[in-house]
Design a protein around this ligand. Structure first.
Ligand SMILES: *[C@@H]1O[C@H](CO)[C@@H](O)[C@H](O)[C@H]1NC(C)=O
Ligand SMILES: *[C@@H]1O[C@H](CO)[C@@H](O)[C@H](O)[C@H]1NC(C)=O
Ligand SMILES: *[C@@H]1O[C@H](CO)[C@@H](O)[C@H](O)[C@H]1NC(C)=O
Ligand SMILES: *[C@@H]1O[C@H](CO)[C@@H](O)[C@H](O)[C@H]1NC(C)=O
Length: 440
């Protein structure tokens, strides 16, 4: 892990602003750099790169600084093999990630509207941040946590709970414990058996000691001001589920793809597979594009929710497998049981879109099918058969899809509205399939 230590130093050297330390650190920095990246010079650090995210031509220093692409020699066979291997192993390019500081700088992506006075409550509550990981790449996981520590005001961060869903890579054990010993807010919770993302998240949530829960994936980077507007919405109304705007981080060169982010909203079709739709397709209109806006569905990994509301909703469906569909489930019940989902354009979190899903390796069953049948059966009333038909399933049986009686009772206890309400209020853009209108 020599690389990580070196990266931390690089990053620190950018952070000291007063003169004597700066000179010492700049010198130190120069030495380290001259050894490891002998073609760069320290004085060339740009104070702030204002443009060019996503441009192949952008040269940045240090690698990936301010969210620009990491440059590496793609024609070198050793490097190419390392990249290929890590894409298979992690679904992302660990080679590039290891070149980037675990505390890299990122631009402030917010619209100036977000920073105007009195946008937010004067006093905000603190949150517990829950991050589940399974066999994540070291530098990716550590960078995720640093981005929270570095860009969250200390009084708003109650704790960070890392839930290890039974990873087998050894560096995620003692080495991780030792690394985060210096950060008392970071707590590591080890699961004794593999429970899958859904149940692991619930365990993290239940062990959290704050009323406000914020979930993040283990391959994210939070940008400045990401948390405050999320907490603001949930503090104002405890049945609101607040979603950050997700900026995609390229899985190959780790650059921030910010150009389309603000134009999209979370959505799905009748197969219940999550996807992004153009925000302008949604019916609601807002005075300013940076206002939080009603959203039919969450991508799943990143949101803030009040603990009491999550509990009232019956957390997730524990009968679901591994992961997938729990995001749609929570979206439906969030809307149907007295709340709403809002996407917050002022909250910007980068997320690596993995090219493969190592989380699902060695899982032989079709978990998405299994989970979506359960979801349809419990939450979608007269529309449930549409989902079954799309999946080629004749009907739900307990033998194949597990018992759902408890889930149905939880729905009654939470006094939720019918699925038709969801279609009318939250997602009128989801047109019932033609066959339904013929029947009705
Ligand atoms: C990239 O690697 C190849 C093969 O090792 C080498 O021939 C080439 O000079 C390298 N290119 C650069 C820009 O370092
Ligand atoms: C955003 O950038 C990507 C390349 O990074 C490009 O393919 C895409 O067309 C751009 N979209 C818009 C709306 O500019
Ligand atoms: C909270 O949000 C829900 C759903 O939008 C709404 O029905 C309720 O009136 C709100 N409560 C308060 C106190 O604003
Ligand atoms: C999956 O199983 C294969 C063979 O059974 C094993 O070699 C591999 O390490 C496993 N991968 C994961 C991610 O569990």
């Amino acid at each position: 892990m020599a690389l990580d230590i070196q990266n931390r130093m690089l990053c620190n050297c950018l952070r000291f602003s007063f003169l004597p330390r700066r000179i010492i650190f700049t010198t130190l920095c120069a030495v380290v750099l001259l050894i490891h990246y002998n073609f760069f010079i320290c004085e060339n650090i740009p104070p702030r790169i204002q443009e060019g995210y996503g441009s192949e031509r952008t040269r940045s220093y240090p690698p990936g600084d301010m969210g620009v692409p990491v440059l590496f020699n793609k024609t070198n066979p050793t490097i190419a093999a390392a990249v290929k291997g890590s894409l298979h192993r992690y679904g992302l390019n660990e080679y590039a990630s290891d070149l980037v500081s675990v505390r890299r700088r990122l631009p402030d992506l917010r619209d100036p509207w977000c920073r105007e006075p009195n946008r937010l409550l004067p006093v905000l509550p603190a949150t517990s941040v829950v991050i589940v990981f399974h066999n994540e790449a070291w530098s990716v996981l550590v960078r995720s946590v640093h981005s929270v520590l570095d860009r969250t005001p200390a009084h708003l961060l109650h704790e960070i709970i890392l839930v290890d869903d039974c990873s087998h890579f050894p560096y995620l054990k003692t080495q991780l414990d030792e690394y985060f010993q210096a950060y008392p807010k970071v707590k590591i919770h080890r699961l004794k058996e593999r429970l899958g993302l859904i149940r692991a998240r619930m365990i993290g949530a239940k062990s959290a000691s704050s009323d406000f829960l914020t979930f993040l994936d283990a391959h994210v980077e939070c940008t400045k001001g990401w948390l405050e507007p999320l907490l603001d919405l949930v503090a104002r109304n405890s049945t609101t589920i607040a979603l950050p705007t997700i900026d995609r981080i390229d899985e190959i060169d780790l650059h921030f793809k910010t150009n389309v982010t603000l134009l999209l909203a979370g959505s799905f079709e009748w197969d219940l597979n999550f996807g992004w739709c153009e925000r302008k397709m949604l019916h609601q209109r807002y005075a300013h594009p940076s206002e939080p806006f009603d959203t039919p569905a969450m991508a799943g990994g990143l949101f803030t929710i009040h603990r009491a509301f999550f509990e009232r909703l019956g957390w997730y469906d524990e009968g679901m497998k591994i992961y997938g569909m729990e995001n749609i489930e929570l979206s439906l019940k969030g809307w149907m049981c007295g709340g709403r989902l809002l996407t917050v354009p002022c909250s910007r979190v980068g997320h690596i879109q993995k090219s493969a899903h190592p989380y699902l390796y060695n899982i032989s069953m079709d978990v998405a099918l299994y989970n979506s049948v359960r979801l349809a059966e419990v939450w979608m009333d007269e529309y449930h058969q549409v989902v079954l038909d799309v999946n080629g399933v004749r009907r739900y049986t307990e033998d194949l899809f597990g018992p759902i009686g408890e889930r149905k009772r939880a729905r009654v206890r939470a006094k939720c509205k019918p699925f038709r309400y969801y279609l009318e209020r939250a997602f009128p853009e989801l047109k019932p399939p033609a066959i339904m209108s013929l029947n009705s």
